[in-house]
Design a protein around this ligand. Structure first.
Ligand code: HAS
Ligand code: CU1
Length: 555
């Protein structure tokens, strides 16, 4: 890896050794995303009643869907985030990083990924990315996923330690913005993973190994969704870091408020976890009062995204005006649309407006009851994790991979085409699936094998299928640009290779509020107490009424 990472003239001597692990995480992430996404078009065609699986066993349909969900939603995001969330703070804070520790975490994550992939590819783990019990996978699937999480937490711990050292050396200063945001996301990740780690270690792994004969589906389901909502913010917050701290600067403007950016991340740290029950609104066995409580908490996680929308839009407006844009929307057209990184991220923001709006709809239990378990839900999440997260990461890679490798971006125009195709394709999948969901088309069903398909509505079906093919084209463009960049010529000098576009916004260090927000240890404790208050009594009830279900089959 170090052979293809490059240092820029004038960069700190340690930069190259930091770039190597960052690049390793990021390239593994994109490899997973490309393989996982290759299974997407067949899923889209399934919902257009086109059965590309022929007459294979039903488990093969679920095998493809499992690979798609695990690689895209879990592996891609975790590897990418782990890479950038230690690399950016390390460069911003300029403190010594324990690289042996980072490489050990990477090796552990790769080992975990190999274990779970082996189980999935041999069709011994076709249990989908949510692995609801009592569907049972072979043990390496769960053990592998647990190791991926543990490895990422190791990198998180190192980043938190880096910031603690910086604080010790700079007691009077406020943490720089990107590091503040990154450390908040790591702290949130520690709180978030408690559910899934407990689920895997205490219940699912012993059960899949045969040590325990049965399992409690409601308990494991609730532990899964304890993690399962907040994990979506782990997926999206690195994109928010880029939108706040990098994109305004890349576009030629400035972030209008450092303080609002910090407030957003603090609110996510406080309120992201205690809302998991909005995924269980229709599940029997949990009293309505608990569901109502968490529905209200779900409304608390909407404001930080709205804050982001307005702050980032206003920051982009400064960029558009600086570039000569005039009038109500002139600033928007004046943005550098020929820059694939900016174009991709602004498109990600636009598509996320509908993704976020549908999340707000789903947050209300009466609405959710209408579309739960229909393809409306995959429609919603393709225009959140598929756009705000994946499209932003792709767009970031168009400066990040040249930055890490010291090589020139290959086929810049094709890169611009790729982000447009991706945005149009994801929007199409989102709209097509949500529209079909309103007709009651169930999610996670091999409906193209039903004859006749009872959920037919030709227009949304056509949109879904066409969007699947547009996304395949987008993926091919992305692969060509990325492989082309990795083998393209090394940059001649520093001007050819992008630096990290840290925004040029001064920190309001004098502000009492900024200093208060910087007390991340205190806020993590508050978040933990809030989670304990909201989830504690529910888990006491679930643990004291455990049931044990014991199916024989390994799926
Ligand atoms: Fe969600 C289900 C509610 C956000 C992902 N969600 C899912 C699932 C996934 C997922 C994967 O309450 C399915 C899980 C499964 O397999 O069962 N979601 C929400 C809410 C939000 C939300 C309230 N979700 C996300 C994000 C995800 C994600 C982010 C991934 C990254 N979601 C739900 C609910 C369910 C659910 C229910 C369960 C449904 C069921 O029945 O199973 C909120 O966080 C959304 C807030 C976001 C906004 C948008 C702000 C817009 C921005 C862009 C700004 C644009 C600019 C452009 C700057 C309010 C920040 C400027 C230019 C101009 C000209 C203006
Ligand atoms: Cu959620």
């Amino acid at each position: 890896m170090s052979a293809i990472t490059g240092t820029l003239p004038g960069e700190a001597a340690g930069a190259r050794s930091l770039k190597a692990p960052a690049l390793a995480f990021i390239l593994t992430a994109f490899a997973a995303m490309v393989i996982g996404s290759a299974f997407g078009p067949s899923q889209a065609l399934n919902y257009a009643n086109i059965n590309v699986y022929g007459s294979v066993p039903t488990s093969s349909y679920y095998q493809g869907l499992t690979i798609h969900g695990v690689l895209n939603a879990l592996v891609f995001t975790t590897f990418f985030n782990t890479g950038v969330l230690f690399y950016f703070p390390a460069r911003e804070l300029r403190v010594r990083v324990n690289l042996g520790w980072i490489w050990s975490a990477f090796a552990l994550m790769i080992f975990g990924l190999a274990l779970s992939l082996e189980a999935t590819l041999t069709n011994h783990a076709s249990v989908l990315y949510t692995f609801y019990t009592p569907l049972k996978a072979a043990p390496p699937f769960y053990i592998g996923l647990a190791l991926v999480v543990v490895g990422s937490l190791m990198v998180g711990a190192e980043t938190i330690r880096m910031r603690a050292i910086w604080k010790r050396n700079n007691p009077e200063r406020v943490t720089p913005l990107v590091s503040y945001m990154s450390v908040s996301v790591w702290l949130l990740w520690f709180l978030t993973t408690i559910g899934i780690v407990a689920e895997l270690i205490f219940w699912v792994i012993p059960w899949s190994l045969g040590i325990e004969k049965g399992i409690d589906p409601l308990l494991t389901f609730t532990l899964f969704w304890y993690t399962g909502h907040a994990i979506v913010y782990f997926w999206v917050l690195p994109a928010y870091i880029s939108w706040y701290a990098f994109v305004p600067y890349e576009a030629g403007g400035r972030l209008i408020s450092d303080t609002l950016g910090r407030l957003t991340f603090l609110m996510f740290l406080l309120f992201s976890v205690e809302v998991g029950l909005h995924h269980e609104a229709t599940v029997p066995g949990i009293a309505m009062g608990w569901k109502m409580e968490q529905m209200i908490f779900t409304f608390f996680v909407i404001p930080p995204s709205l804050l982001t929308a307005f702050t980032v839009a206003a920051s982009l407006e400064t960029a558009g005006h600086a570039r000569g844009g005039r009038g109500w929307l002139g600033w928007l057209t004046a943005l550098p649309w020929d820059n694939p990184s900016v174009a991709g991220q602004v498109l990600a923001m636009f598509t996320f407006i509908l993704g976020g709006a549908t999340g707000i709809l789903l947050a209300s239990m009466p609405n959710d009851a209408v579309v739960h378990d229909t393809v409306f839900i995959p429609g919603h999440f393709h225009i959140t994790v598929g756009t705000a997260t994946a499209l932003t990461f792709i767009a970031m890679s168009y400066w990040l991979i040249p930055h890490l490798t010291g090589r020139v971006l290959y086929a810049r125009k094709l890169a611009v085409v790729s982000v447009w195709l991706w945005a149009v394709g994801m929007m199409g999948i989102g709209i097509g699936l949500m529209w079909q969901g309103l007709y009651g088309t169930p999610r996670r069903d091999w409906i193209s094998s039903l004859s006749p398909d009872p959920f037919v509505h030709p227009i949304p079906m056509a949109i879904t299928a066409a969007a699947g093919l547009v996304l395949l084209a987008a993926l091919i463009c992305f692969v060509v640009v990325t492989i082309g960049t990795l083998v393209s010529r090394p940059a001649h000098d520093a001007t050819e290779v992008p630096k990290i576009p840290f925004a040029n916004t001064p920190i309001a260090e004098d502000s009492r509020w900024v200093r208060l927000m910087d007390r991340l240890g205190l806020w993590t404790l508050v978040a933990f107490l809030l989670i304990f208050a909201v989830y504690g009594p529910l888990f006491v009830a679930l643990l004291s009424h455990q049931v044990s279900i014991a199916p024989n089959t390994v799926y």
